[in-house]
Every structure is written in structure tokens, then in C-alpha cells.
Design a protein around this ligand. Structure first.
Ligand SMILES: Cc1cc2nc3c(=O)[nH]c(=O)nc-3n(C[C@H](O)[C@H](O)[C@H](O)COP(=O)(O)OP(=O)(O)OC[C@H]3O[C@@H](n4cnc5c(N)ncnc54)[C@H](O)[C@@H]3O)c2cc1C
Length: 441
């Protein structure tokens, strides 16, 4: 029999956990406003502990940062600002920005003063991101931007955007792109929310017409944006960003969401299952919840449902072991190539199976979804309404994870080409000028 090697356990150092606990005892006060609390947390380096100390972090390892997040959550304090600023913009700017840019942007991210969105995808550039056509033209000491972005998550709440724009079309497509910070509050930036079949409007179209970006807001060098974007995408795939990813309570950062002036203690209550957060949505539809519903609906004797539940449990356990293996490898400076891509594929599989199994167990009731408070009230009268509505919400949202952060097909391409060494699809886009390439859409 093959001996299975046990994954080393990821542990946060005891001293870090003790330090954050002592700090929380001294500093957490639910009567502070959200802004006041985030100011304390962020400037002490606890909002983004994996960032280096010159970027408002503490230079902690990921296992230590996870320990910090867990401690903040179990202490019952409000966690760091949520959103794409902390997850993507802060680590990107900390990696490629100047100290002046770090002080200008990262400080406001760790203290939640500004909300961010990611202006990468376009109607004709998603998987083929380097094919983007939003144009930035130099005008004195600033850039004039024209183009359209799409799928911009939380764009309607953003103060600033991580913008990828084409600054030179006369070189191969990966070489003429620049990463810049776009002020979303200016004439020429129009955000139009897109209504999803879930009923909510998480993402948006963003139309940019003659908007302006100063030279000082270019992160990294002009025309070196592909390297900077890859840093952002690496943080998007690993899902850990500048924080620890330990869950807990949070509020929305920035001036638009209007939560900064509210009492921090208000946000420290269990969140409702309505949010579009995958982890949160998977939880009420995880194997144990589905087993309970199958028992209640008399479907626990159905052999197909039983097989499905066992498969869901197995996939979840394999994903958990793989995550632990990767964290353990990272903690000793090693990597397991392809594992983040496999993890993303496995999340898509779990999502689809949870949807199909959940809908089979829920039966006809699973086809009902509330779009208004009145409809919600009506559904609340039905048996196991909370769980069934979580299943229905998950079923409607299940299309998203296999697409965002790189589609399932793109994950397989990456594994094929970069891990297994299979030949790349033949094309000339690394050598031909962007202006000469055929365009999408
Ligand atoms: C919920 C959600 C949130 C998002 N949030 C943001 C955001 O905040 N900011 C942002 O910039 N973007 C965001 N996106 C966009 C996301 O990154 C893109 O949707 C994704 O990269 C796919 O691009 P596309 O939609 O243009 O599809 P396309 O690239 O047009 O792909 C269409 C189909 O063709 C397949 N395909 C394409 N190329 C290949 C290939 N070479 N080999 C094999 N198959 C291929 C794809 O897998 C897919 O099935 C979000 C998307 C979703 C669903």
C-alpha cells in the first residue's frame, strides 16, 4: 500500500498571535467609527500584515497573517477593509510603486479611506487580456484615456480604479500596456451597473471618455504594465492579497459606500447569506447542510443523492488538503506549480456539484427565488426556507466562479503549457505589432 505523506500543519507563530491579541485588548472599541478603527488597525500594520513595513504592513509570512486574521475574527473585532484595494491594489503598488505612491495610495487602502475597482476586462479582451484597446494618449504631464471596461466588480462603490490602458500600439501587444490609477470621480468616467440573474448588481460597465490620469499615477514604468498586471493577477488567483484571508467581519471601504462614519460595532454580527461571497455561499450548501435537508425531505435514501453527497465531501477534503500543502510549501519558500490553477478548477467543480445536488434535494421549492423584500417575506413561510433560498442563490451564482480570475479553460491551458510543457497555441502575437493584429469584437 502506498504510504500517504501527511501535510505539515500550517501554524502561525505564537508570539504574533499573542501580540495581536494584546493589541486588540488595548485598541478594539466598538464605539469608534469604522474610519477611526481602520485608522488604528491599518497604521499599526495589522490590516495588511504581509505587506512590507514601508508599505504599512509588518512583513509577516502568510501563515502568520492568517493567524492574525483569525485572531481578529475570534476576538470579535471588525476586520480590515474588504474589497479589491486590499486584495489587489495594495500588494501591486507595494511591489511596483515608488515610496511616494505607496504613501499616497496604500495608506488609504489599509485605513479603508478609498474603495477600489479593477478596470482590466473589456468587451473584446477577457481571457486575451493583453488584447485590450482602451487607449491612453500622452498630453503634457498627463494621459487622456478613452475606452470601455466591463465586469468591473464593485465599480459603483469605487473611488479609484486599477486601469490597464494601451500606451503604445506599435509594439507587440504585451509590451505597449501601462498600469495606472484612474480617479473614478471625474467627468468622463461613467459607471453603469449590470443587473445579474441573482437579482443583485455586483458588476458594471465603465465608459471612459477623455478622462485624465497624471503621470504620477502610473505604477511601474510606462509600457511595462503587463508585468505589473501579472502581479495583480497572481494576487487575484492566490486570493490572499495583502491580508491573511482568515474571514471574519468587515465593512465596505471608501467614500461612496458611506460606511466610514458608522459605529464599528454595528458590523460585528454574523453576516446574512445574501452576499455574493463564494465561501459564504458554499457554507450553507456544504455537505452537512445538504445531508440535513436530504433527511428532512426524505431524500437521504436515494442512492444517486447519496453518491453525490459522498462525492461533494470527497472533493471538499481533497481541496482542503491541497490548500494546506500549498500553504506549507509557501511557508518554507517552495512552490507546487499548477496547484493554484487546480484549486480554482476544483472550486468550480464543487460549485457546480453543490448546485446540481442542492437543486435535486430542494425539489420544486428550489426553483423559487425572491427578487424583492415582499417576495422574500412570502418565501420565508416555506419549510427550511433559509437553506433552500441559499441553494437557489448559489445555483444562480454558480456560473460566475468558473469565469472570473481566468476561466476553467484558461486554467487548463496554463497547466498544459506551464506545468506539463505542452506546446503553446501557435500565433504571432509576441512578435507582430498590436496595431497589425486582428481584433476581437
Ligand atoms: C463575477 C465576475 C466578476 C468579475 N470581476 C471583474 C473585475 O472586477 N474586473 C475585471 O477587469 N474583470 C472582471 N471579470 C471578468 C473576467 O476576468 C472575465 O470574464 C474572464 O477573464 C473571461 O473573459 P471573457 O468574459 O471576455 O470571456 P472570453 O475570453 O471571451 O471567453 C469566452 C469563452 O472562450 C473560452 N476561451 C477563450 N480563450 C480561450 C483559449 N485560448 N483556449 C481555450 N478556451 C478559450 C473561455 O474559457 C470562455 O469559455 C469578472 C467576471 C465575473 C464572471
Amino acid at each position: 500500500m502506498t504510504k500517504v505523506e501527511e501535510a505539515p500543519k500550517v501554524q502561525s507563530s505564537k508570539s504574533i498571535v499573542e501580540e495581536i491579541r494584546a493589541w486588540l485588548k488595548e485598541n478594539w472599541d466598538p464605539e469608534l467609527t469604522v474610519a477611526e478603527w481602520w485608522n488604528r488597525l491599518g497604521l499599526a500594520g495589522w490590516s495588511a500584515p504581509t505587506l512590507p513595513t514601508n508599505a504599512y504592513g509588518r512583513g509577516l509570512s502568510r501563515p502568520d497573517a492568517i493567524g492574525v486574521s483569525r485572531e481578529i475574527a475570534s476576538f470579535g473585532a471588525l476586520g480590515p477593509p474588504g474589497g479589491l484595494g486590499l486584495l489587489l491594489a495594495a500588494p501591486t503598488i507595494a511591489t511596483h510603486g515608488t515610496q511616494e505612491q505607496i504613501d499616497l495610495y496604500v495608506r488609504d487602502i489599509v485605513t479603508g479611506q478609498r474603495g477600489w475597482c479593477q478596470l482590466f476586462s473589456e468587451p473584446g479582451a477577457g481571457s486575451d487580456l493583453a488584447g485590450l484597446t482602451t487607449r491612453a494618449l500622452k498630453d503634457g504631464d498627463e494621459w487622456v484615456i478613452n475606452g470601455q471596461k466591463v465586469w468591473t466588480s464593485l465599480g459603483q462603490f469605487a473611488d479609484l480604479g486599477m486601469l490597464l490602458a494601451r500606451t503604445n500600439p506599435e509594439v507587440p501587444k504585451h509590451q505597449g500596456i501601462t498600469w495606472m490609477v484612474l480617479d473614478m470621480h471625474q467627468p468622463g468616467v461613467e459607471v453603469r451597473p449590470l443587473r445579474e440573474m441573482t437579482g443583485s448588481a455586483m458588476f458594471n460597465e465603465v465608459f471612459i471618455s477623455d478622462a485624465h490620469v497624471p503621470d504620477s499615477a502610473v505604477i511601474g514604468d510606462v509600457n511595462n504594465g503587463w508585468a505589473v498586471a501579472n502581479t495583480t493577477l497572481a494576487f487575484e488567483r492566490s486570493g490572499l492579497g495583502a491580508g491573511g484571508g482568515g474571514g471574519g467581519f468587515s465593512a465596505m471601504p471608501g467614500t461612496v459606500a458611506d460606511q466610514l462614519g458608522r459605529r464599528a460595532g454595528e458590523f460585528v454580527t454574523p453576516r446574512s447569506g445574501a452576499a455574493n461571497d463564494v465561501a459564504e455561499m458554499l457554507q450553507p450548501t456544504g455537505p452537512s447542510a445538504l445531508v440535513a435537508l436530504a433527511r428532512a425531505n426524505g431524500k437521504d435514501k436515494d442512492p444517486v443523492i447519496r453518491q453525490g453527497l459522498a462525492k461533494l465531501h470527497t472533493l471538499g477534503e481533497v481541496a482542503r488538503f491541497n490548500t494546506e500543502r500549498l500553504k506549507a510549501a509557501h511557508s518554507v519558500g517552495r512552490d507546487i506549480p499548477g496547484l493554484p490553477n487546480i484549486a480554482k478548477l476544483s472550486m468550480s467543480d464543487i460549485m457546480r456539484l453543490s448546485r446540481d445536488l442542492g437543486m435535486s434535494i430542494a425539489g420544486a421549492q428550489g426553483t423559487l427565488h425572491a427578487y424583492t423584500p415582499e417576495e422574500r417575506q412570502e418565501l420565508e413561510g416555506l419549510p427550511a426556507s433559509g437553506l433552500v433560498s441559499a441553494i437557489t442563490s448559489l445555483a444562480l451564482h454558480a456560473q460566475a466562479p468558473p469565469i472570473y480570475g481566468g476561466t476553467d479553460q484558461i486554467q487548463r491551458n496554463i497547466i498544459g503549457e506551464r506545468v506539463l510543457g505542452l506546446p503553446k497555441e501557435p500565433n504571432n502575437d509576441r512578435t507582430a505589432r498590436f496595431s497589425e493584429l486582428p481584433k476581437n469584437g
